[in-house]
Design a protein around this ligand. Structure first.
Ligand code: BES
Ligand code: ZN
Ligand code: ZN
Length: 472
């Protein structure tokens, strides 16, 4: 990360430009001479409006000053604007409040992200120093924001990496590097390991790919620990749909089908830096879903690691198969909580829109708790409620269950219910499923995110882990 954020008490600190966050009330209180110049440029400090006043070297950015989500977003968007200028330093008046300053910092650091690894011509930004003017230093807020933003940007980078360069083996190598750099324990399982573990679901999905699958496990184990959280991520480095091939228009962006797995990597890196007193294990089922003479087929009946048999009715519903074997392994670790993250269903995107993740699970209180934490972290979520009538929709005549529902309604829920079948009775209340298919990858800028991968899930899961670690 190239930005250097520093605190100063000096309002007059020398910098090339200043960003002033302003709302409509404050705007009215500016001297008449100022408001008239700004009004001439059609600026009235409405949320999201921006104007650069050359004479004062100030970027005025309209926002809602008492709304933390607006501040986070404003910081990200204002940074993107000023980055285009030929400036080295910038000052911003901070807040005298921890949460607002954290939102400001994370907004800046996430807004600064761009994916340019594959661009031949890049215009280098010159901005390096940001002065935050506050009465005291907010060092711990900045420390956390840097760790969380770095790990979110790590997840974004991996998700954005094209499928030819991020194969399951490469994803496992990245995980190994994170483990070594951040002193985490790790285990990388190859095909032999998957066979030994009887993970026939992962092996079947992976079979037609020329790239071998990998099982990835990262372990953070502090000395003082009472609880264990296991994270499970869908790591489809490409999802062509398999023999139930996706139409061309639906196949693009499917490099992002590793979004859940990458979020797990991001969280693990952050946890290694934040060092909470709680054990955290991150598991990723990494594979491609491809076509070929040896591809798994609709009508195949597979035996899962958990022993449940599954009739494959659509090879494009591969994520739930990969997760099912991972969830089985996860429960053997005797977790206090299991959270899975997956770009699981298009239905979730249809239902909630592109910006919101679906929360599912049997424990209503836990769902609500997670929703609250996610909202505070700056992520949009909505609880999708299971009901008993959905259960029979995945019945199969030939096997224990089918991998798709018998109706096209409620697809996010029936996928969640499918996963729920692999959760043993004693873990039913400890499990949350997050369908991040919408926000994991959006083909336009939104909120604190640039075009492409958002790293969604990283912030909310980190904050959930911290909350559990603090005994809440
Ligand atoms: N990876 C997709 C889900 C997806 C869709 C993620 C759009 C991101 C954006 C998943 O593997 C899939 O293809 N699901 C199918 C399930 C269906 C066959 C029951 C879907 O949602 O259409
Ligand atoms: Zn699929
Ligand atoms: Zn998929």
């Amino acid at each position: 990360m190239s930005l250097n954020i520093k605190f100063t008490k000096d309002d007059d600190v020398k910098s090339d430009i200043e960003i002033v966050f302003i709302d409509q009330n404050l705007f009215k209180k500016l001297p008449k001479s100022k408001t008239s110049i700004l009004s001439l440029q059609s600026f009235s400090a409405k949320d999201g409006e921006a104007v650069f006043l050359q004479s004062d070297k100030i970027l005025y950015y309209g926002t809602i000053l008492d709304d933390i989500d607006s501040i986070r977003e404003a910081a990200a968007k204002a940074i993107r604007i000023v980055k285009k200028y030929d400036i080295k330093s910038l000052k911003i008046k901070g807040f005298e409040n921890s949460d607002f300053n954290y939102a400001l910092f994370i907004g800046i650091l996430l807004g600064d992200y761009e994916f340019i690894d594959y661009k031949s011509k890049i215009t280098k930004t010159t901005l390096t120093d940001i002065f935050i003017i506050t009465k005291k230093d907010y060092k711990s807020e900045l420390h956390k924001a840097m760790i969380v933003a770095n790990s979110t940007n790590l997840a974004r980078n991996i998700v954005n990496t094209p499928p030819q360069d991020c194969t399951p083996i490469v994803l496992a190598d990245i995980a190994k590097k994170i483990a070594k750099d951040f002193m985490l324990d790790y285990k990388i399982g190859d095909v032999k390991f998957l066979q030994k573990e009887k993970m026939e679901l992962i092996l079947s999905v992976a079979r037609a790919s020329t790239h071998e699958p990998r099982f990835i496990e990262l372990i953070y184990k502090p000395k003082k620990t009472k609880k264990r959280i296991v994270l499970v991520g869908k790591g489809l480095t490409y999802d062509s749909g398999g023999l139930s091939l996706k139409p061309a228009d639906y196949m693009t962006t499917m490099k992002a089908d590793k979004g859940g797995g990458c979020a797990v990597l991001g969280v693990m890196q952050a946890i290694a830096g934040l060092k909470p007193d709680i054990e955290v294990v991150g598991i990723i089922g990494a594979t491609e879903n491809m076509i070929g003479g040896n591809a798994y087929k609709p009508d195949d009946i597979l035996r899962s690691r958990e022993g449940i048999t599954i009739e494959v009715k659509n090879t494009d519903a591969e994520g739930r198969l990969v997760l099912a074997d991972c969830l089985s392994y996860a429960q053997d670790l005797k977790p206090d909580f299991i959270i899975d993250l997956a770009t699981l269903t298009g239905a979730c995107v249809v239902g909630l829109g592109e910006y919101t993740s679906g929360i599912m699970g049997y424990n209503k209180k836990l769902n609500i708790e997670f929703e609250k934490v996610a909202s505070k972290s700056g992520e949009l979520t909505a609880i999708l409620p299971f009901n008993k009538h959905l259960e029979k929709l995945i019945d199969s005549k030939n096997a224990d269950i089918s991998n798709v529902s018998s109706t096209r309604y409620g697809g996010a829920l029936t996928a969640g219910i499918f996963l729920g079948r692999f959760i043993r009775e004693e873990y039913k209340d400890k499990w949350i499923h997050l369908d991040i298919a919408g926000p994991a990858f959006v083909e336009k800028e939104w909120d604190v995110n640039s075009f492409g991968a958002s790293g969604i899930g990283v912030r909310s899961v980190i904050d959930f882990i911290l909350k559990v670690a603090n005994g809440a």
